[in-house]
Each structure stands twice: as C-alpha cells, then as structure tokens.
Design a protein around this ligand. Structure first.
Ligand code: IPM
Ligand code: MG
Length: 359
C-alpha cells in the first residue's frame, strides 16, 4: 500500500503562479503514470501572503508545510512590496520557512543542457558539458547572525551591522552533505571561504579539513571566494561540488546559473536532516514579465523532479521528468529566455504541455 504524499504548493508572486501551475500539470501526469498518490494543497507566501494576512508567511501556512512531505515553491517579491519595512518584506517569508523547517542544505546544480550551449555568455568550449553542484549553507551565517540591525551612534550617525557566525556543527553538517553528494559524482569538493580575512571562515576551513578524513576517496580543495568568482567565469569546468556559506553561496550560485545560458532552467532543493525539503527554481519572481504567459516553467518543473527524488523517494518518476525536458529541448521548443534563431518560440503553458506530452 502506498500512502498519500502531501505536497504544499506556494506559488508566491510574479511569475510564481504561472510556473507552479505547469509543474503541477507535469506532476499530475507522472502521478497518473507511476501511481504516486500525490495530494496538493495550495497556500500563500511572500507578497501574496502580505496582501492577505499582513505577513509574508502565516504560522498556519508554516504548520501545513511542517506536516507535508514536501513543499514546492514558485518565487517571492516584486516592486509592490519593495517599500515595506524590512521586517515584513516578501523575502522574509522565504527566509522564515527555510529557518523554521531547518532546511540547512541548499543544492543548486548548474547543469548545461547541450541543446543550450550557445545561450551561455561564455564560449561554447568553456561550458560544454558543465555540471557543477553548489551546496550552499542556508540557515546560518550572516543571513541569520545576531546581533543585527541599524543603530544610532552617540554622534547621531546611523550604523548598519550584521554578524557573520558559524558554529562547528553547522559547518560539519553542510560539509557532510557536500561530501556525500561528491561520492555520487566526480568525488571532488571545493570549499569556498574567505579564510584570509574572516575568522568564521578560518573555522569553516578547519572543519572541512578534518571532515575530509571521513571521505578518503574525495579530493578536497579550498578556494577564497574572490578567486572562486573569477574561476567560475574563467574555467568553470574545473569544479565538481562547491560547498560554501549562505552569502557566498547566494552570490556564486547566480554566477554559476548564468553560465548555463539561462537562470530559467535551474532548479534547487533545500533539505533538512530528515529528508524534508522545499523545492524552488533558482530564478526570482520576474515581475516585469508576470502575467504575460512567457515565463520559462522548466526550472520549476525540474524542481518538481528533484522533489520526487530527494523527498518522495520516486527516482524513476524524477528521471522521467528530466528526460522529458531534454526531449522538449531536442524538439527545438524554447521559451523567450532561451530562444535563438531557428527554434520554435512557445509560451509558459505550451512548454508545460510539451513536457507532459513528452512523458
Ligand atoms: C535566493 C534569493 C534569496 C536569498 C532572497 C530572495 C532572500 O536570492 O534564494 O538565492 O538571498 O537567499
Ligand atoms: Mg540569490
């Protein structure tokens, strides 16, 4: 007997609702084929939640996510909420759900589909075959460190401050995720830090170093973040798994994403210790194109595949979705963000339909 698998959908803002709808369509199709017994429940996050509840993530929503097997999110934010006080901005909803669900490990693959090699801003030979996995720590570091705020100094001037802090157990658990992932890949981990300046990352480097004793087969290297940023655009194929803290991971994952031609193609998984996870595209809410039906749903569809693999134990269905996406690209179908001459331009809905058909 298979139990029902509960999935909370958080479409969010901007293009979020359009792309999540396509991912649901694809999930329903694999559900019919593989008898997954998926059950969906839709809730609000971000600006949509602020409009409805006055907060970017209501506690009732959080409770539903806690009780679910997985969460599939669209994106949050938009100009409408940009002027709100920083304590209730849409992004706070995302940070809160990551923190409250203990989703400390953010997996951001930067995988180049051969069909899209010419969409990259780098030369084809630099990116052909690119397959990097960025493992970003997601519930610590300067994003959550205390004290933080904006204070008034004695001389009347205001001062903004944040705290960059990492404890050994936080470094160790994200390190283990990176090493475990590397064991299933090319067995190379590059730990990115700023150990020439920041003590928190001196400790980071030490913990990674001692952890590597448990993984004799994995080759560990260290790189300063400024150099890593340069290497990513100079010779990106040198990397297999990159593990780094919250802020560096935020920045480097956008860079890595662009190497693949379109941030519209990249999925992500945010995992806790018990397999619970939140899945979302790496890209944002793209308010400039929201409602026009031209957003690329593939990153969200691929996030749904990651969800099947990592939280629901349905690797076969996940593989089927990923293969279907490859097929659709082979057919020459392209949303606006990945369009090039000679290809067939399709809408958000047409892209979703094509993936379903390819299944
Ligand atoms: C991301 C985003 C978020 C982050 C924002 C929206 C809070 O940039 O997921 O990379 O900084 O983590
Ligand atoms: Mg980011």
């Amino acid at each position: 007997m298979t139990l029902t698998k509960k999935i909370v959908l958080l479409p969010g803002d901007g293009i979020g609702p359009e792309i999540v709808a396509e991912a649901v369509k694809v999930l329903e199709a694999v559900d019919a084929k593989y008898k997954l017994k998926l059950k969906f429940e839709q809730e609000l996050i971000g600006g949509a939640a602020i409009d409805q509840h006055g907060v970017p993530l209501a506690n009732t929503t959080l409770d539903k996510c806690r009780a679910a097997d997985a969460v599939l999110m669209g994106s949050v934010g938009g100009p409408k909420w940009d002027t709100l006080d920083s304590s209730i901005r849409p992004e706070k909803g995302l940070l809160k759900i990551r923190y409250e669900l203990g989703l400390f490990a953010n997996l951001r693959p930067a995988l180049l589909y051969p069909q899209l090699a010419d969409a990259s801003s780098l030369k084809r030979e630099l990116v052909a075959g690119l397959d990097i996995l960025i493992v970003r720590e997601l519930t610590g570091g300067i994003y959550f460190g205390e004290p933080r705020g904006i204070r008034r100094l004695d001389n009347g001037e205001r001062q903004g401050y944040n705290t960059y802090v990492y404890s050994e157990h936080e470094i160790e658990r994200i390190g283990r995720v990176a090493f475990d992932m590397a064991m299933k890949r090319d067995k190379r981990v590059c730990s990115v830090d700023k150990a020439n300046v920041l003590e928190a990352t001196v400790l980071w480097r030490e913990v990674m170093q001692s952890l590597s004793a448990d993984y004799p087969e994995v080759e560990l290297s260290h790189m300063y973040v400024d150099n890593a940023a340069m290497q990513l655009v100079r010779a990106p194929k040198q990397f297999d798994v990159i593990v780094t803290g919250n802020m560096f991971g935020d920045i480097l994952s956008d860079t890595a994403a662009m190497l693949t031609g379109s941030i519209g193609m990249l999925p992500s998984a945010s995992l806790g210790k018990d397999g619970r996870g939140l899945y979302e595209p790496v890209h944002g809410s793209a308010p400039d194109i929201a409602g026009q039906g031209i957003a690329n749903p593939l990153a969200t569809i691929l996030s749904a595949a990651m969800m099947l693999r990592y939280s629901l134990g349905e690797a076969e269905a996940a593989n089927a979705i990923e293969a279907a996406v490859g097929k659709v690209l082979d057919q020459g179908l392209r949303s606006a963000d990945i369009y090039s001459d000679g290809m067939q331009r399709v809408s958000t809905v047409e892209m979703g339909d094509a993936v379903v058909a390819a299944l």
